[in-house]
Ligand binder design. Structure first.
Ligand code: AMP
Ligand code: ZN
Length: 114
């Protein structure tokens, strides 16, 4: 999508610190980190929100999880733990409407989330 911030990051039109890339998935550092480790894992194909995802997106959405775990593990957070969060829709606080999985680590997190 031409006016989507995260599509532009995938296309290299907006700079980001890319940490992982393959044909389906891109990961990069969150610009406003909420933990010592905070990356976003996104599909290269534009899906506006989890609320818009279709059954045929299942494998792609699952891949986001596996890439998240790989990145957190490689950064040394596999044993201590990490949190994955996907905000879907306004009540959840979604502000960028291209599906993204937050991967957070490096501190303890409260539950329930705010
Ligand atoms: P959400 O509120 O779940 O939609 O999360 C959007 C996330 O995108 C926030 O954590 C922002 O800090 C992050 N973000 C916004 N713009 C950029 C950018 N240009 N590069 C990296 N992360 C960004
Ligand atoms: Zn997009």
């Amino acid at each position: 999508m031409s006016d989507c911030l995260f599509c532009k990051i995938c296309e290299g039109k907006i700079p980001a610190t890319i940490t992982y890339r393959d044909d389906d998935v891109v990961a990069f550092q969150d610009i406003g980190p909420k933990a010592p480790f905070h990356q976003l894992v996104i599909p290269t194909r534009h899906i506006a929100s989890l609320t818009q995802a279709k059954p045929e997106d299942a494998a792609l959405l699952g891949k986001l999880m596996l890439v998240a775990s790989k990145l957190a593990g490689e950064a040394g957070h596999g044993n201590s733990g990490f949190r994955v969060v996907m905000n879907a829709g306004p009540d959840a606080g979604q502000t960028v409407f291209h599906v993204h999985l937050h991967v957070l680590a490096g501190r303890s997190f409260g539950w329930p989330p705010g």
